[in-house]
Each structure stands twice: as C-alpha cells, then as structure tokens.
Design a protein around this ligand. Structure first.
Ligand code: HEM
Ligand code: HEM
Length: 176
C-alpha cells in the first residue's frame, strides 16, 4: 500500500479547508464591530466545531486503518519526526477548538453551529476563567500554526528536494 485511502485523504483535505476558514474568521472577528462581528463569531465557532468533530471521526478511522509506510530510504530521524509532528497535530486539532469551546462556555456566550443547533457549555460561568481559556486557545492555535509550517515545509521538501512520493500519497488524485 503506497497511498492513503480515499477516506483518509478526504478527512485530511476537508480538515485543511475547515482550518482555512476558521483561522481567518478568528482573526477578522476581533477586528470588526457591529452585527457582522456576531456573524463572524458564529461562523468561527461553527467551523472550529467542525474541525473538532471531523478530527474525532478521523482519529476513530485512523486507529482502525493503518497509514501507508514511509519510504524505507528515509533516515530514521525523519520517521520519528513525522510520527511526532502528526501526533502533535492530532492533539492540537482537538485541544485548540476544545479550549475555544470551554472559553466561550465560561463566558456563557451561546455556541450556535451553523444555526442548526447549540453546543452545551462545558465549563462553569466564570469571566476570569474564560480569559485564561482564551489565552490558552490562542497559544494552542499558534502552536498549531508553527507545526503546520514544519508539516507543509516537509511535504514540499519531499516533493521538490527528495523527489519522492510522500506528497503524492496524500494528494487528492493519484499522480501515477
Ligand atoms: C481548530 C479550531 C480553531 C482555531 C484554529 C481557532 C483559531 C482562532 C484564532 C486565530 C483566533 C483569533 C486570535 C486573535 O486574533 O487574537 C481565535 C479566537 C477565538 N476563538 Fe477560535 N479557533 C478554533 C476553534 C474555536 C471554537 C470551537 C470556538 C468556540 C466554540 C472558538 C472561539 C473563539 C473565541 C470566542 C475567540 C475570541 C477570543 C478572545 O476574545 O480573545 N474557537 N480562534
Ligand atoms: C490545516 C492544514 C493541515 C493539517 C491540520 C494537516 C494534518 C495532517 C495530519 C494529522 C497528517 C497525518 C495523517 C496520518 O497519518 O494519520 C497529515 C499527513 C500529510 N499531510 Fe497534512 N495537514 C495540513 C496541510 C497539509 C498541506 C497543505 C499539505 C501539502 C502541501 C499536506 C501534506 C500532507 C502529506 C503529504 C501527508 C502524509 C505524510 C506521510 O505520508 O506520512 N498537509 N497531515
């Protein structure tokens, strides 16, 4: 088996799209005022909740389906680095939205998911706690972005420096 399965690829690229919506919305919503701010907050929380839900499904899939082996020619440290970064990405894909959900719960703001339903609060009402949780939320998001730079850098390194098939095995279409 040399490629990720279509399901694993779908989870991966759906997560990329959801993150690409969540982060700009998070940055924009704190920099505007009026009713549009409320809409951006709702959208940010909705896409963030989507990341959390997709990550939960994806991990359930991942533990029951082994990913393809990396090329045997890769140095051992790169095998280890890949495992560590992927593991940390999964942790952060959970922890960052959970901290946002908990912070919003402690603030007692409603969390409407695309206007379909509300997420229940998962922390006691406490404004000081909500400030701390938002600081944590932002720190976890920064950590996620740092790892993503390394992750995407590694994918491009494989494609353009090593010329191996590591990027191709996660690419939406088969390239060979
Ligand atoms: C992977 C998912 C998520 C990512 C990557 C993310 C990212 C961000 C970013 C980049 C900001 C702006 C930080 C700043 O400019 O200072 C932010 C703020 C915020 N996020 Fe998220 N977020 C996610 C999920 C969530 C979820 C699920 C919720 C709530 C249900 C949430 C609630 C908030 C709130 C309320 C703020 C404003 C915090 C403040 O007032 O300081 N986020 N988030
Ligand atoms: C929000 C952005 C992204 C996130 C959260 C993310 C997350 C992940 C995770 C968790 C895995 C591990 C899959 C597993 O084995 O279970 C993975 C694999 C992979 N990702 Fe990403 N990724 C992102 C963006 C990208 C981008 C933009 C590229 C390409 C330029 C990319 C290329 C790859 C490749 C090639 C693999 C497979 C690595 C291997 O074969 O071991 N990712 N990604």
């Amino acid at each position: 088996m040399t490629h990720y399965s279509p399901v694993a690829k779908a989870f991966h690229w759906f997560t990329v799209l959801a993150i690409l919506c969540t982060i700009p919305l998070g940055l924009a919503m704190l920099r505007v005022e009026g009713p549009v701010q409320t809409q951006l907050f709702d959208l940010h929380r909705s896409f963030g909740a989507l990341v959390l839900a997709v990550t939960a499904l994806r991990l359930a899939w991942r533990v029951t389906h082994r990913p393809p082996q990396l090329p045997a020619s890769l140095p051992a440290w790169q095998h280890t680095a890949s495992r560590l970064v992927h593991g940390a990405l999964y942790v952060l894909l959970f922890a960052a939205p959970l901290a946002g959900w908990a912070g919003t719960s402690a603030y007692r703001a409603p969390i409407s998911v695309f206007g379909l339903f509300f997420l229940p609060p998962i922390a006691p009402e406490d404004r000081a706690l909500s400030e701390k949780l938002f600081t944590l939320h932002i720190a976890l998001t920064v950590a996620l972005c740092v790892l993503l730079v390394a992750h995407i850098g590694a994918a491009l390194y494989h494609r353009f420096v090593r010329h191996d098939d590591v990027l191709a095995r996660m690419w939406p279409e088969r390239t060979h």
